[in-house]
Design a protein around this ligand. Structure first.
Ligand code: 5GP
Ligand code: ZN
Length: 112
């Protein structure tokens, strides 16, 4: 499958890895939008949040456990933002489910 994040998970494309276990992989965004900007992805190829269902949703819960751990490791004691872009109008550019963990600056709301 021609998927950028599957290739990063497989090590075929280099990345700055932050965390890895049996089901989850996390690495620094190549174009960071905040001092800390980590992408947290399931190792299983799930195209978007719209493809989360009963059979694959456990990894999403695990991703949020991992996010809290990374936030702590990165020293984000003041807060952080977790973002998922789902589909074209939301600006999803890579069709492999990923959560942006961003911190180290203040954020506005609602997000543009
Ligand atoms: P999306 O726009 O789909 O929500 O987020 C995709 C993210 O992947 C973007 O923030 C973009 O900077 C990041 N990205 C795209 N290509 C690469 C890459 O080759 N390596 C890394 N580390 N991040 C990438
Ligand atoms: Zn993939």
């Amino acid at each position: 499958m021609d998927c950028l994040f599957c290739k990063i998970i497989a090590g075929e494309i280099p990345s700055a890895k932050v965390y890895e276990d049996d089901t989850v992989f996390a690495f620094r965004d190549i174009e960071p939008q905040a001092p800390v900007h980590v992408l947290i992805v399931p190792k299983e190829h799930i195209a978007s949040a719209n493809e989360i269902n009963e059979s694959n949703s456990a990894v999403v819960a695990h991703i949020f456990e991992v996010a809290a751990k990374i936030a702590k490791d990165e020293g984000l004691t003041d807060g952080y933002r977790i973002v998922n872009n789902c589909g074209d109008s939301a600006g999803q550019t890579v069709k492999h489910l990923h959560f942006h963990l961003m911190g180290g600056r203040n954020f506005t709301w609602p997000a543009g």
